[in-house]
Design a protein around this ligand. Structure first.
Ligand code: NAP
Ligand code: FE
Length: 367
């Protein structure tokens, strides 16, 4: 019998106007550090909703870039300390949410965030409220924060039980202002979490339940994604699927798709979800050898007749971007070597060899 545990301490509040309805409950302390990207918190309407009900003092740090860096985190943490903040409200996509998580740690622990990767930290992170404005990363319900590390020329996840936000407020209306392409890119990140979680070595009976429900829900949004037209129902399904993806990977971790996707983002500036999407068909083909019934179930729940149909769907979303990629064999080898250092590879079924990873990568970047 498989032994497993299940830990997901974030309180989830889902629905229309949940932030406004929270009223004074939104506050988790006496002074908030509000962390956002450059404009999405305002554009989505989430910041206005927060400020309309926030009962405590606050300061706003609105400088988080896409694929946030250690440098930005340090800046935000200093700002939090200087202003005496005792809790964090993060609003935005995965970038502000992840940056805010590490700021919540660095605000109360000495040392460079880079050291946290090696030695961890002793004082628990400040409590955090997460309000996603994209439907993709599921960061609002995970214990991970992914940062760009220039020192290692890659992106790397930091993990810790206190990185789970205390409360996640999920309102699909905040995702209505997303462009068609960001909607697709982020939706495919959510799908990759659900699929990788279902195919992970660390998958459990409990994570499977969540992953399968999320995959089916994601499937209901395929026609909206194809047409690039999203009504509130589609937005709702994608946000819930994204959160279920986060709950899944909080239990299982991600696999080779995330490990091979990071160099596409770091070196080729490809949005995170798009990088995963480009790799996913070849990943499923590889996984078919190890868990054919699981791959068949994924396709069935998505309402797709075959892997070829899955591949065609990803092509509809991303084929235009493949032409921009020029990667030499030597460079591919360097990416594979770096990916092999991650735990994500061991978490992939069949513990893929360098040769197998190379084949997956090469097949994925061909037009
Ligand atoms: P993002 O980098 O947070 O945002 C992408 C773009 O979308 C930004 O330009 C952002 O604008 C804009 N945007 C966000 N919400 C919007 C809205 N409602 N309306 C209009 N524009 C909006 O994208 P993301 O895909 O959500 O996050 C990606 C990051 O999350 C990556 O660093 C990835 O590695 C990480 N990630 C984390 C986990 C985890 O478990 N923690 C899992 C997977 C991925 P602004 O710049 O104005 O904000
Ligand atoms: Fe991801």
């Amino acid at each position: 019998m498989q032994k497993f545990n299940y830990f997901m301490p974030t309180k989830i509040i889902f629905g229309h106007d949940v932030v406004k309805d929270a009223g004074t409950e939104l506050a988790l302390g006496t002074k908030a550090l509000i962390v956002t990207g450059q404009s999405s918190a305002k554009r989505s309407g989430a910041l206005d909703d927060v400020l309309a009900v926030l009962s405590t003092d606050y300061v706003i740090f609105d400088e988080v870039e896409n694929n946030p860096t250690v440098e930005t985190v340090v800046k935000g943490a200093k700002f939090a300390r200087a202003n005496g903040c005792d809790y964090v409200i993060a609003i935005g996509g995965g970038s502000p949410l992840d940056a805010a998580k590490v700021m919540a740690v660095a605000a109360v622990n000495e040392g460079d965030p880079l050291e946290f990767y090696q030695t961890g930290w002793s004082t628990p992170a400040l409590p955090m409220v997460a309000i996603p404005t994209t439907a993709g990363t599921g960061s609002e319900v995970t214990q991970y924060a992914v940062l760009t590390l220039f020192t290692e020329e890659t992106k790397k996840g930091l993990g810790g039980p206190d990185l789970f936000p205390k409360v996640a407020y999920l309102d699909p209306k905040y995702t209505a202002s997303l462009s068609k392409q960001v909607t697709i890119d982020t939706a495919v990140d959510a799908l990759s979490h659900l699929v990788e979680g279902y195919l992970a070595e660390r998958a459990t009976a409990a994570s499977d339940l969540v992953a399968l429900e999320g995959i089916a829900l994601w499937g209901t949004a395929i026609s909206a994604l194809r047409e690039g037209e999203f009504d509130l129902e589609a937005r709702k399904s994608l946000l819930l699927a994204s959160t279920l993806g986060g709950i899944t990977i909080a239990q299982t971790g991600t696999t080779l798709v995330h490990a091979l996707g990071y160099p596409l983002t770091y070196f080729h500036n490809m949005p995170h979800g798009r990088a995963n999407g480009i790799l996913m068909a070849a990943y499923l083909r590889y996984s078919q050898e190890h868990a054919p019934e699981r791959v068949a179930k994924i396709l069935k729940l998505l309402g797709l007749a075959s892997l070829t149909e899955f591949s065609a769907l990803m092509d509809t979303f991303f084929v235009d971007y493949l032409g921009e990629l020029e990667i030499s064999d030597e460079t591919v080898q360097a990416y594979i070597k770096k990916a092999q250092l991650t735990n994500n590879i061991k978490n992939s079924l069949g513990n893929p060899s360098g040769q197998e990873l190379t084949e997956i990568f090469q097949a994925s970047i061909m037009e």
